[in-house]
Design a protein around this ligand. Structure first.
Ligand code: GDP
Ligand code: CA
Length: 322
């Protein structure tokens, strides 16, 4: 079975780890990662979501934090801060920096981001094909009420999404194309999954890349999503601020309606909500979605595998491997 996941960082990475545990060997999983959070810092290319995916699936993530490396240190960034350079509010650990240095060397050597990512992934046993959404430098910016554009990381990490945003812009998007393999994976998939990633600045950014939305609306594969919103709030992070910025209420049902029904030009065939939002299931079914409620809190790999199984079951049984 060929599965494609459109992923942000922590939510998407944890979901994908559970999906792999559920599927077992013999299946082909492609992860298309958001790269809108990427930035140049201290002369190196930082790709937060790609690296969260790489560390999580590679077994090297800092579990408590959900991103970055376990056993990390920050000697380099602490010393850089002593020069008053860079962004002192953005933590780049020493091991994380090694990843970014390696990536930058590959990019400087002429490789596109997709090839550099593939090269970095060879070190880890990810169990997936990891693709950036695009090879172009597309960076998400928050638009503030006065028209100012702030790099997403500055808005999110430095200001904790407290500066009211009125929308998001992907700087560098025009003229960009999906990375090699992205559209091909979507149109030849058996199932496409929108994991519980941020619907606006993770999944929404991937969907903005020319060709991606069209590939999802036209693929013969069913598309199933898992709500990142439980009981009217994000599980972690500030997705509510992102949803508010684009005028979508922070509810599981509103996010499903925002993604839209594939039959009517949207993205979803099926949608998984948490048990806490079970009351929204009849309305969503009436809307035309295949919909079910389950416990969607990703406590560990086993509980996440059950969520993945539930999502795949909504769109049909998983054929056995081979
Ligand atoms: P980021 O790039 O690191 O912000 O990660 P993602 O965009 O992939 O995922 C962030 C989203 O994951 C947030 O909106 C959270 O609400 C959601 N999330 C995190 N943990 C869980 C969980 O255990 N269950 C569900 N349903 N959603 C979660
Ligand atoms: Ca992210």
């Amino acid at each position: 079975m060929k599965v494609v996941v459109l992923s942000g960082g922590v939510g998407g990475a944890r979901f994908t780890r559970g999906l792999l545990a559920h599927l077992g060997p013999g299946h082909e999983v492609t992860v298309v990662a958001n790269t809108g959070d990427d930035l140049w810092l201290h002369g190196v290319r930082v790709c937060p979501d790609l690296d969260t995916l790489m560390y999580t699936l590679g077994g090297a993530v800092h579990e408590g934090q959900g991103w970055g490396r376990a056993d990390e240190s920050t000697r380099v960034s602490t010393d850089l801060a002593a020069y008053g350079l860079g962004w002192d509010w953005f933590t780049l650990g020493d091991l994380d920096l090694a990843t970014c240095l390696a990536r930058t060397e590959l990019l400087r050597g002429g490789l596109p981001l997709s090839a550099a990512t593939d090269r970095l992934a060879q070190r880890w046993d990810l169990g997936v094909r990891l693709l950036p959404m695009t090879d172009a430098e597309v960076e998400t910016h928050a638009r503030l009420a006065d028209g100012t554009l702030l790099h997403f990381e500055e808005w999110w990490v430095r200001h904790h999404a407290t500066l009211p945003a009125v929308g998001f812009e992907q700087v560098g998007l025009s003229g960009s194309v999906a990375a090699p393999g992205v559209v091909e994976a979507l149109v030849s998939a058996d199932v496409v999954v929108l994991p519980p990633s941020n619907p606006v600045v993770s999944v929404g950014t991937i969907l903005a890349v020319p060709g991606v939305r069209e590939a999802i609306t036209s693929t013969p594969a069913p598309v199933v999503g898992v709500s990142p919103i439980i009981g009217g709030a994000p599980v972690r992070g500030m997705a509510d601020a992102c949803l508010t910025a684009i005028g979508v209420p922070t509810t599981a049902s509103a996010v499903a309606r925002h993604y839209g029904l594939r039959r009517t030009g949207g993205l979803l065939d099926a949608w998984v909500v948490d048990d806490a939002d079970a009351a929204s299931v009849p309305g969503l079914r009436e809307h035309g979605l295949v919909c079910g409620a389950t416990d969607t809190l990703m406590r560990d790999v086993a509980s996440t595998a059950r969520i993945a199984a539930f999502a795949l079951d909504l769109v049909g049984p998983v054929p056995s491997a081979g």
